[in-house]
Design a protein around this ligand. Structure first.
Ligand code: THU
Length: 152
């Protein structure tokens, strides 16, 4: 995946905070419940107030009932009253071994879109604390549909 992101646009979050969030996601990866796919995913979502919510994928014997890591993190945060987010770290791999960047699925991109401006929210695909790529949500979900279409 080509890095098209310009770092100047991503001023809100320090490299130290990103490293902390990647460490949190790495720990969260051990909680992934993925007995069917064997593909473990974890996310760490940074709220505008500085708090971080982690999430992992939670699969189900009725396969479509499973939930992705990113949505777990978003739903945890929203259910705790948070609705303003800065960025999300995502990492994953087979059996929890992270060997490649793990981009968010289309449904998760749309769920993230609900609570942000796509040009101001950043998706960080991490392999480790030192190796990650940053994209705006706008790059990952161009010309997107959002709540303003229903309220304006
Ligand atoms: N998965 C995520 O958790 N996030 C994504 O964005 C991609 C896919 C999970 C869902 C399922 O449990 C497993 O990875 C294989 O698709």
């Amino acid at each position: 995946m080509e890095q098209r992101f310009e770092y100047e646009r991503f001023k809100a979050v320090s490299p130290a905070k990103i490293r902390d969030m990647i460490a949190m996601a790495k720990e969260q990866l051990t909680m992934a419940y993925a007995p069917y796919s064997g593909f473990y995913v974890a996310a760490a979502l940074l709220c505008r107030d500085g708090s971080v919510y982690t999430g992992c994928n939670v699969e189900n014997s009725s396969y479509p009932a499973g939930n992705c890591a990113e949505r777990t993190a978003v739903f945890k945060a929203v259910s705790e009253g948070k609705r303003e987010f800065s960025c999300i770290v995502i990492m994953g791999g087979n059996a929890g071994k992270v060997e490649a960047y793990c981009p968010p699925c289309g449904i998760c991109r749309q769920v993230l879109r609900e609570f942000c401006r796509p040009s101001e929210f950043f998706v960080i695909l991490a392999k480790s604390e030192e190796d990650y790529r940053v994209f705006s949500l706008e790059e990952l979900l161009p010309e997107s549909f959002g709540p303003e279409f229903l309220t304006e």
